[in-house]
Design a binder for this molecule. Structure first.
Ligand code: HEC
Length: 190
């Protein structure tokens, strides 16, 4: 009886510990100094970079549907302000990408297309980023400069300029992806 009680006690004391250990750990070392990266590059792509860029691209332009041609424009100052806030978020996200030590994925994460031929898997991307971090940071800078141009077009409330720089922004995304995510050398599955 006593033994069972001790065993149970041990189980309940250890259980929360092992449950915690199973959680994927972020790469933060809980250091007392900032900046320290917590999210992975993958997290940043999915939570900030991609949704923010998409909502900007979707908000201005000529959309052709079966119903006809729709010229999408912000209708008033409040709508321009929403775009401005998104452009600020995108611009600052480049600084987050440029932070040294951020992992491509945190333990337990995989990228959405891991295993697909022609793309590097997380380990392959990590190797490339570690070996060429200056280049990765340059790509983040090009992305920031395109985001700043987008911000300026929004501040001027100029839809034509916005559409122009929207193309540059897309090329800045691709510039990093083609170097670090699906470079020509990525022929093998990871
Ligand atoms: C400085 C480098 C860099 C820039 C700039 C960048 N990305 Fe990425 N992105 C990556 C890397 C590395 C991956 C591969 C890791 C991954 O799949 O999450 C990636 C993956 C992605 C993914 C796939 C995530 C997944 O696994 O499902 C999307 C979507 C994405 N990026 C969108 C964008 C968009 C949109 C922009 C520009 C507005 C952009 N990225 C700019 C580095 C960058």
């Amino acid at each position: 009886m006593k033994k069972t009680a001790i065993a149970l006690l041990a189980l309940f004391t250890l259980w929360p510990l092992s449950a915690c250990q199973k959680q994927p750990q972020s790469n933060a070392q809980t250091s007392s100094e900032l900046p320290q990266p917590v999210a992975s590059v993958h997290d940043l792509m999915l939570t900030i970079v991609d949704p923010t860029a998409d909502s900007l691209w979707d908000s201005v332009g000529t959309i052709v549907t079966k119903a006809g041609i729709e010229e999408r424009r912000p209708k008033n100052d409040a709508e321009w302000e929403v775009l401005r806030q998104k452009a600020i978020l995108l611009t600052e996200s480049a600084n987050l990408l440029a932070l040294k030590g951020r992992r491509v994925v945190n333990p337990g994460q995989i990228t959405s297309d891991t295993g697909i031929e022609g793309v590097l898997g997380p380990e392959g991307i990590q190797k490339e980023v570690d070996a060429h971090f200056d280049q990765f940071r340059d790509k983040a800078l090009a992305f920031q400069l395109a985001s700043i141009k987008t911000l300026r077009a929004i501040e001027k409330k100029d839809p034509e300029e916005f559409v122009n720089v929207g193309g540059q922004l897309e090329r800045a995304c691709e510039g990093c992806h083609v170097a670090f995510w699906y470079p020509p050398s990525a022929k093998t599955k990871q």
